[in-house]
Design a protein around this ligand. Structure first.
Ligand SMILES: C[S@@+](CC[C@H](N)C(=O)[O-])C[C@H]1O[C@@H](n2cnc3c(N)ncnc32)[C@H](O)[C@@H]1O
Length: 170
């Protein structure tokens, strides 16, 4: 699916594991973006073969058609819906024709819902599955596949949650 030495952008790259680490091991050139300096430091230590940039993806830009693939695993949960729509349009522009977006989120019709996450109060925003698909299409991408499964965290008291994987192509 990816060309040799593919250029892959990982939006909300977190600790760099497993996504950036596995992509680097597969020979990809990976750039991770994360707004958290702690995450960026951790990722840079754990995955020295990738580049990590401390930035809010909403403030970042890239030349058009400069990435073979973009991963976005869970960064949109912390963004207003209009910002997610704008970033999806950016991603569509940054991808080469035929390039792929791989996105994972927790699908739900929720806007700024307060939840407790790892001991902190945070607000979650997301889309239901069909709404998210239509946003991706509106951004200029073709949805190729969707896959959903229930994730069962192994932490005491943590609730199972649905994870939705959407693969799309420019
Ligand atoms: C739930 S973590 C997931 C990390 C990683 N993608 C994974 O699947 O393990 C979401 C990450 O997105 C980052 N993030 C959230 N909003 C962001 C933004 N506006 N720009 C860049 N990174 C963001 C957070 O700092 C966090 O590291």
């Amino acid at each position: 699916m990816l060309p040799p030495a593919a250029r892959v952008l990982d939006v909300g790259s977190g600790t760099g594991r497993p996504v950036a680490e596995e992509l680097v091991a597969a020979g990809c050139h990976v750039t991770g973006l994360d707004v958290s300096p702690v995450m960026v430091r951790l990722a840079a230590t754990q995955v020295p073969g990738a580049e990590f940039v401390e930035t809010d993806v909403r403030d970042w830009t890239s030349p058009p058609q400069s990435w073979d693939a973009v991963c976005a695993y869970f960064p949109f949960l912390q963004m207003p819906r209009a910002d997610t729509e704008a970033v999806l349009r950016d991603i569509a522009r940054w991808l080469v024709p035929g390039g792929h977006l791989s996105l994972i989120t927790v699908p739900m019709d929720a806007e700024a819902v307060p939840v407790r996450f790892l001991g902190h109060e945070v607000e979650l925003t997301s889309f239901g599955a069909a709404d998210l698909e239509s946003r991706i299409t509106a951004a200029g991408l073709w949805v190729l596949s969707t896959y959903s499964e229930v994730f069962e965290p192994d932490k005491p008291g943590a609730q199972p949650e649905e994870h939705l994987l959407i693969t799309a192509r420019r």
